[in-house]
Design a protein around this ligand. Sequence first.
Ligand SMILES: [Zn+2]
Length: 592
Amino acid sequence: MTISLNWDLDSIFAGSSQSKALKDFLDSFTHDLADFEAAELLAPLTDDTQVVWVETIQTLYELGAHLNQAGSFVGCLVSQNVKDDKALQLMAQIDQLGTRLGTLSTQFAAIAAEQADAAWTKLTTDTDLSSVAFNLNEERDLARQKMSLELETLANELAKDGYHAWDRLYGVMSGDKEVKFDDKPISLGQLQTKYEDDPDRTVRQRAFALFEESWKDIARPCALALNHQAGFRLTLYKHRGWDSVLQEPLQRNRFSAETLDAMWSVIDAKSAKLLDYFAAKAKLFGIEKLGWIDVSAPVGAVTKTFSFEDAANFVIDNIRTFNPNIADYCRIAIDQRWVESENRPGKRAGAYCTSLPLSKESRIFMTYNGSYNGMLTLAHELGHGYHSWVMRDLPYGARRYTMSVAETASTFNETLVRDASFNAATNDQERLSLMGTKLNDAAVFLMNIRARFDFERAFFEQRAKNNLSVDDLNELMVSAQKTAYKDGLADYHPLFWASKLHFYITRAPFYNFPYTFGYLFSNGVYAQALAEGPAFSDRYIALLRDTGSMNTEDLAKTHLGLDLTQPEFWETAVDRVLADVDEFVALVDKLN
Ligand SMILES: [Zn+2]
């Protein structure tokens, strides 16, 4: 059987964006939503009203699952053909329905916050809701820490044209900007790829100089956007009585400040090891010391290409020797055509995995180009798919997990396939390239993202007192980079705060650190899997299944027997990712 390069969407709703089944589904959803909106507000929670509360909460989850199903499907339609106007129209319709459902959920949480603890505990332990108690308690606790529903509603409405507008303004300023490089028009995003990835150092240098110059042009409005969105957040927190800017991001990621400190301390203590990697790379480039533009530049070369079928088989076969359960899932996903991989114009960029909660399936979107990285992307996305797969029979309210653990299964798969590729490599240039990519990831997660975090924290501290100028921000950025990179580079990137979109995402403050957390968490899990062999398979499933029902510390304690607030777990994880440094150095010495 040959493998299809196109996914099957018809088994979900037949007929693509013209689907009659989808139209009926959305009509019936809209009807149910309107009924729910028109229903009377919940009476105070007592023994007598408990049944109504249970029904109401279950309806809310039902509505959420249905909208998620439609939203994922339409997302797939738009991705496979970005010019599908009907699909775009459906997307806008679903967005609006989502806003209405969001308002109902917020209202519910606010009402829940007002109920007596005893009655609430009874509701979440004695009824069918016990399996989603974690999620319900989380929503209620959060509502309790906020202002009154009236004030929160007002703040939310004002945020649309205030807080979030800064984010959009930044998007327009940076997205519209076009420059000329080698006489060709080029976006700032493309220019960034040039200075980061071009194998020719002089091209990287020229691209970076132009990049900094271009951001300098719009640095003042960027600084304005950053100052004011931060100001909005600080004011909102003040009125809620929150004294730390990390409260919101930590809550969103379900772990404590103690755990975060433990992670950064271990990183700080151990990341100087990467300087050996930098030195070897500098030697390879024939320069004294790496500059900002050299850190992620490619080394060695993998010239092999793989058909999609070969890539899928390589991924599945190698995963099978390690964990047959994951391999079985990957086989199903490929054979049932849950993956769209064709390389053709008109598709959106990037790769993702989206779950369809009612079908209990996922769909993976990517554009496979035959490269080694394409194979890693496939392994990565199949990891996300596996994560949803093992949770598919859980109640909808127990399936929502956070960014901090979202990359566990994906990074796990990726690490496994990277290791297998390294073992299958046939020459030193390949080995150098594979190991270089791995260590580059380590530098990103342990140094680059750390610099972003330190910068943001310092920025908020100062912003509480006054606005920061472009020069202030540059200075803060370089100081954070020097600390994170252990003074290991010849130069730094002062305007990084302007060029990095992540600092401007108002919906996810401190956007980056969960990625470092997730990367190390997954590597820690992988280290334990290696130590335990096949016996780990069941525990791995149990851990993934609980990602929607536990905070991250409890997850690690229950399933790994480890305490994330202590350094040991982080030490094992960081040591694992730095284990390749010596081998990389030896390989460079051998080649030079
Ligand atoms: Zn991912």
